[in-house]
Design a protein around this ligand. Structure first.
Ligand SMILES: NC(=O)c1ccc[n+]([C@@H]2O[C@H](COP(=O)([O-])OP(=O)(O)OC[C@H]3O[C@@H](n4cnc5c(N)ncnc54)[C@H](OP(=O)(O)O)[C@@H]3O)[C@@H](O)[C@H]2O)c1
Length: 264
């Protein structure tokens, strides 16, 4: 009876994890969301009795601790797999290269803060809150969802000079997951940072600026992958990511894995 808790489950990749995991009635799936009234995830929970919605904000430590308490009550104190997927970016500075970091302490803090709060603080708070449950679980796995934007070969190969704070936050996430692997190996807990690929998670019609930004990114990514057609469907990315989690073993604990390259 495997159990899974997924943060940032209201939409996109997080909600698709919930949808795919809910298909197996033997799974218990905890969808951790800031707003349990979000229509897509609410409908999933109504349609599947093995999906439980828990309200929490990963950037508020008391809120995520309270979520872990609720999870313990539902799961009899044990959790098999935690997937920390939540992410937030500041769109006002996302397109800027590093030379635009302002000469102002507060403005600089705000330039970096948003993705760091979800990728590093939120990842640590969510992991630490659920750790007592994971220690008692059978599978003992923790996955943080990272990005190839943190990979310096990808930065140099594509020439992507924007998404500075996001990329740095995910690079920090990759280091933090390795630290968790080093700390938790004696307890039999495996950790991994998964790159989901370039995934279509936008819902509804795309505004013209987004269409233009997607085209620019496609051309940049094609410098490394000339045959790339565009963004991957979210269903495909999540099924690849679940293969990584299923196949995660002690030998690969603490590493960064590109989901589509994973061979079990
Ligand atoms: N899509 C891609 O191409 C791609 C590529 C590489 C990596 N990734 C990574 O994959 C993950 C999912 O991406 P996505 O495209 O599905 O993102 P998304 O559609 O923007 O969804 C992000 C999720 O994070 C939640 N969230 C944001 N701030 C939160 C907070 N403080 N506490 C709790 N939840 C919070 C959002 O919930 P609300 O609805 O409450 O805002 C939402 O459910 C992210 O970690 C992202 O960095 C995505």
């Amino acid at each position: 009876m495997p159990s899974y808790a997924i943060t940032g489950a209201s939409k996109g990749i997080g909600r698709e994890f919930v949808r795919q995991l809910a298909q197996s009635p033997s799974n218990t799936v905890l969808a951790i969301v800031r707003d349990p009234e979000s229509p897509g995830i609410k409908a999933l929970a109504q349609a599947h009795s093995n999906v439980h919605l828990i309200k929490a904000n990963v950037t508020d430590p008391q809120s995520i601790l309270a979520a872990a308490e609720q999870a313990a009550a539902i799961l009899d104190g044990k959790l098999d797999v935690l997937i920390h997927n939540s992410n937030s970016v500041d769109m006002a500075t996302f397109s800027l290269p590093p030379s635009k970091v302002p000469f102002d302490v507060e403005a600089t803090r705000s330039f970096y803060e948003e993705p760091v709060r979800t990728a590093i603080y939120g990842a640590a708070w969510a992991t630490n809150a659920f750790l007592p449950l994971i220690e008692k679980g059978d599978l003992k796995k923790i996955a943080h969802i990272t990005s190839s934007m943190a990979n310096t070969e990808v930065i140099l190969g594509t020439g992507v000079d924007y998404a500075v704070a996001y990329s740095i936050a995910k690079a920090g996430m990759n280091v933090q997951i390795a630290k968790y692997a080093a700390e938790l190996a004696p307890k039999g807990i495996k950790t991994v940072a998964i790159c989901p690929g370039w995934v279509e998670t936008h819902e509804g019609p795309k505004p013209p600026q987004l269409v233009e930004a997607t085209e620019i990114m496609l051309n940049q990514f094609r410098k490394m992958e000339p045959d790339l057609k565009g963004q991957m469907p979210v269903e495909e990315s999540v099924s690849q990511q679940l293969r990584v989690i299923n196949g995660l073993d002690a030998a690969r604990s603490g590493t960064v894995i590109r989901a589509r390259d994973f061979k079990a």
